[in-house]
Design a protein around this ligand. Structure first.
Ligand code: F6P
Length: 290
């Protein structure tokens, strides 16, 4: 069996080296393609470009047995068979999270998870996860071996700026998606409490909003809605990796009832209500929704 540490480093290095290319490719790819992704979202040329680049780079890693992307119906497998002992890791990617922010020129990200089981799998099968944030600068957070590291990506170099990122103990920010009239009564009551304690920060790209929580402490969520109880975000591509990062950083995750990492999607593109942040806020959320 291929070594998880080597595979994870290869995946991290590939995503890090693709990030400046994805970023520099954004300016000329702000128009919509004809297609839609499997969740029905319209695809920008930038979504398709980032997906193609990551597919090529990640499937070139010998121990990667499958590439699952939010932009594709099903898992893509490499052309060449990596051998009986090889090809045991499976990568899930949201190539350009929050790409609707391209129109307004706000933050976006790339999210990835490395699993040791074929997808879709339970969150506990994750051996590493991470994200790139395309903000004023490009940063990358990676959770592996019980630690989250944060780096700055500058051209071809990746420089660690925080070797052990943990959620601040004193939370200060919150952000929740979905229009307020579509929230349940229980969730609205919870938000009223949170509003009196924390400061609103919502930018419309999960990675940007979760990064605020990782930086300042607090809670981010996209709840189940009255007419869409499953919420908007996808478990395999957004829920699992981001829950893994936040839990590794000392925080908690939930679908409203239990940790996102304990969930196994029936379908690759299954959606889930998603909450991540400081444990005290996740505990109170579960009590409020329960
Ligand atoms: O993946 C979908 C996404 O763009 C997330 O990054 C983000 O959290 C959410 O949708 C924003 O949704 P809305 O436009 O409803 O606020």
């Amino acid at each position: 069996m291929a070594d998880a540490t080597d595979t994870v480093e290869s995946v991290v290095a590939s995503v890090a080296s693709a990030a400046p290319e994805i970023r520099s490719g954004l300016a000329g790819r702000r128009t919509y393609d004809d297609g839609a992704n499997p969740s029905g979202d319209r695809q920008l040329e930038a979504d398709v470009y980032a997906d193609g680049l990551l597919e090529e780079r990640l499937l070139a890693i010998e121990s990667v047995a499958g590439y699952a992307s939010e932009e594709r119906d099903s898992v893509v497998v490499p052309d060449a068979d990596g051998g009986a002992d090889g090809n045991r890791y499976h990568v899930a990617v949201d190539p350009l999270d929050g790409s609707s922010n391209l129109k307004s020129n706000n933050a976006m990200g790339t999210v990835f998870g490395v699993y040791d089981e074929p997808l879709p799998a339970e969150g506990s099968a994750l051996v590493a996860s991470g994200f790139v944030l395309y903000g004023p600068i490009t940063t990358m957070a990676v959770a592996r071996g019980g630690t989250v590291t944060k780096s700055v990506i500058d051209g071809g170099t990746r420089r660690i700026v925080n070797p052990d990122l943990t959620l601040p103990e004193e939370p200060t920010v919150y952000g929740f998606g979905g229009r307020v009239p579509r929230w349940s009564e229980e969730f609205s009551a919870y938000v009223s409490e949170v509003e009196s304690e924390l400061k609103l920060r919502y930018g419309g790209a999960m990675i940007g909003d979760v990064n605020q929580v990782l930086t300042y402490g607090g809670i981010f969520g996209y709840p189940g809605l009255r007419d869409r109880p499953e919420g908007k975000l996808r478990l395999c591509f957004e829920g699992h990796p981001i829950a893994h990062v936040v839990e590794t950083a000392g925080g908690a995750s939930s679908n409203g009832t239990r940790s996102l990492l304990s969930l196994t999607p029936d379908r690759l593109h299954e959606r889930t209500p998603l909450f991540v942040g400081n444990e005290a806020y996740i505990d109170r959320l579960e009590a409020a929704l329960g």
